[in-house]
Design a protein around this ligand. Structure first.
Ligand code: ZN
Length: 189
């Protein structure tokens, strides 16, 4: 039994962050399991909002489910089950990313600027959205978690370490201000 509302970090014993997550089965039982995971993710992330997203491996569940918000708002949290994406162009942009599972370090990571994201919703609809800017970045960050990849471990990441939580929080506040210009609402395809 995993502790309620806990987010695992790389420093925690027994985390599953570096493991590839299993797909959710396309059955009634699989959907029920995914819905329960989405509920747990929302319950865990809500007290920490505004925030960009959270993936199941971060709460100790090695399954292909995450939640994400294109503008860090709780009103725009979407749940993605068995997600995939394709880049719409080769264009990548750098941006600083924080992560609840990485204490005291941020990564400046190049991500595709525009992607087509496909996933199953908790209503069991397979949907495709065009994501740009921050939404595309968050989707790629959360998708990495399902592959067992943390942003600081990406070969293309520039990692900055901090001595205290005050220092990292101050840096993140500035990053969040800059992100606002890249909040672009996803378009359903
Ligand atoms: Zn993360």
């Amino acid at each position: 039994m995993v502790e309620k509302n806990r987010i695992f970090t790389l420093l925690d014993h027994g985390h599953c962050l570096t493991k590839e997550a299993e797909a959710i089965l396309d059955t009634a039982a699989g959907l029920a399991e995914a819905r329960e995971i989405v509920g747990r993710l929302e319950e865990t992330l809500h007290p920490r909002m505004p925030a960009a997203g959270l993936a199941a491996p971060q709460i100790g569940i090695s399954k292909q489910v995450f939640i994400f918000s294109w503008n860090r708002s709780p009103g725009h949290l979407e749940a993605a089950i068995n997600p995939s994406f394709q880049a719409l162009s080769e264009e990548k942009t750098f941006g600083w990313e924080g992560c609840f599972s990485i204490p005291l370090a941020l990564a400046n990571v190049p991500r595709y600027q525009a992607i087509l994201a496909t996933y199953t919703t908790p209503d069991n609809e397979r949907v495709t959205y065009k994501l740009h800017g921050f939404a595309a970045r968050v989707f790629q960050h959360e998708w990495d978690h399902l592959q067992g990849i943390q942003n600081i471990h990406r070969p293309d990441a520039d990692v900055k370490e901090f001595a205290t939580s005050e220092e990292i929080m101050a840096f993140i506040q500035e990053v969040k201000k800059g992100d606002v210009a890249n909040y672009i609402k996803p378009k359903k395809q």
